[in-house]
Design a protein around this ligand. Structure first.
Ligand code: ADP
Length: 210
């Protein structure tokens, strides 16, 4: 919102209903100069206009309340526990873990516990096609590995993570923090998945004050 639009809103809040002419007088401007601002404020739902009466303050539009709430949803408040396997684990072990933990994606960690890779359902399916010795294939061979992993930080908004999930066509993101000893490597703090985003979406929809 521009400074002038804010001034107009304040005048209407204080003195509404008020005509366009009178608002213009308050601001020492002509009615014609104000017309675009008044249309924007009316179309976006802040102001209501009634013929021969003038402008009323209509309250904040629902869209602006929702947008503000959306930008306040932070990864740290929504992240789930990451399900991990060691780099040395076999494809067979990874598949068992996927079923036991009821997740679609596993994060692979190295001996120091730092993020080394990601294996998804399809990675495991692909590795299983025509391969009998799944116990002897390490996940590290089939995983998507660092530095090609798309990550997020605890401070990011859920909106940012949802955008990454869409842009990179993936189902989950590891929540990470750079390792103090080597900032190019990451400690794993959690995960954000499409389920996380759906849950937040439903919560937002249920809020009665929206
Ligand atoms: P699915 O197996 O259901 O297609 P995804 O869409 O998440 O699951 O994975 C697609 C591909 O992207 C897989 O090869 C997987 O290893 C990779 N992948 C998954 N998550 C990430 C991520 N956060 N960063 C980079 N690559 C990823």
């Amino acid at each position: 919102m521009t400074k002038r639009q804010e001034q107009i809103l304040q005048i209407v809040k204080d003195e509404g209903p008020i005509t366009g002419e009178n608002i213009a007088e308050h601001l020492n401007l002509t009615r014609a100069t104000l017309r675009p601002d008044l249309s924007i404020l009316t179309m976006s739902g802040y102001l209501d206009a009634r013929p021969r009466v003038g402008y009323f303050y209509a309250g904040r539009p629902t869209s602006s309340v929702i947008a503000e709430r959306l930008h306040k949803l932070i990864v740290n408040d929504y992240k789930a526990v990451p399900i991990v396997v060691a780099e040395s684990a076999s494809v067979y072990d990874a598949i068992v873990t996927l079923f036991l933990e009821d997740v679609g994606t596993l994060f692979v960690v190295n001996q120091k516990g730092l993020l080394a890779g990601v294996v998804s359902r399809k990675d495991l399916l692909r590795a299983s096609l025509g391969n009998k010795g799944l116990e002897s294939i390490p996940v590290s061979i089939i995983m998507t590995r660092m530095p090609n992993i798309v990550t997020c930080t605890p401070e990011e908004t859920l909106l940012d993570t949802a955008q990454k999930l869409i842009e990179f066509q993936i189902d989950s993101l590891p929540v990470v923090r750079p390792n103090e000893e080597d900032p190019k490597t990451f400690e794993l703090l959690g995960r954000i998945t499409k389920t996380t985003i759906s849950r937040a979406f439903v919560e937002l929809g249920k809020e009665t004050n929206v």
